[in-house]
Design a protein around this ligand. Structure first.
Ligand SMILES: [Zn+2]
Length: 242
């Protein structure tokens, strides 16, 4: 009997070793700083499994989402995970531009009682394209306050998309960059179908001078939360000029 158990454990161990019994996680939640968390979902992009980062902030008055999951299969699991982990419900979502890795879940979230916001600029693009739209829109840079937490939206100009905004969390000194900032390990600018390559660097310099004290930066794709991601994105843009 003991030998059987040993063999069984060995088999299980081997399966783990070859990666056959452990599917890649579909939703990853990573602490960034204090009550700020990044969450990552995945989809196929150019034949490869690609990741997309969003974030959420836990406040005593509920959880604020910065962007929605990219993978629709993770809309509900994200809400469930947040509630199980923090004992709080999502109450508000700010989408940072009109692409499906930022805004695919807006309709779903609204149906679950989450108040959804985007800029009016983003909404006009989403409306034209027949994509998911937020319920409420702001026409200029806006400060949201909820449960002692401050969320400052900022539009620095065109970049990865013409409507891309960032969100500054001054309490934790976290800059939520979204797709206008590539991760510090990125080797390319990613999806540039709607990019304004001519304006992007100026936009990043605007963001840098507006929020020079960022201690953490959440990029739209890729790993790491180093504020160096901003300089790195500038160097990627510099490289394509050559
Ligand atoms: Zn995008």
């Amino acid at each position: 009997m003991r030998r059987c158990v040993f063999l069984l454990l060995t088999c299980v161990g081997l399966l783990h070793a070859f990666g056959q019994s452990v599917p890649a996680p579909a939703l990853i939640i990573t602490p960034v700083a204090g009550n700020v968390y990044a969450y990552t979902t995945f989809r196929q992009y150019n034949g490869m499994r690609a990741s997309s980062n969003s974030a959420y902030v836990v406040t005593p008055a509920g959880v604020v989402l910065l962007d929605t999951p990219w993978d629709p299969a993770q809309f509900q699991p994200l809400l469930d995970s947040i509630e199980a982990r923090h004992g709080q419900k999502a109450v508000l979502c700010i989408a940072t531009h009109a692409h499906d890795d930022r805004s695919a879940g807006l309709g779903f979230l609204a149906s679950k009682g989450v108040a959804t916001y985007s800029s009016a600029y983003t909404d006009s693009i989403s409306r034209q394209r027949g994509e998911q739209r937020a319920q409420y829109h702001f026409t200029r840079d806006t400060v949201f306050r909820l449960g002692g937490q401050v969320f400052q939206t900022y539009y620095g100009g065109k970049g990865h998309a013409e409507d891309n905004i960032v969100v500054w969390l001054p309490v934790q000194r976290v800059l939520y960059g979204g797709c206008v900032v590539k991760s510090a390990r990125s080797t390319s600018l990613g999806n540039t179908a709607d990019a304004s390559l001519h304006d992007w660097a100026r936009t990043l310099r605007n963001i840098r001078s507006r929020f020079p004290r960022a201690a953490f930066l959440v990029p739209g794709h890729g790993e790491g939360f180093s504020p160096d991601a901003l300089e790195h994105t500038l160097s990627l843009l510099e490289a394509i000029k050559k």
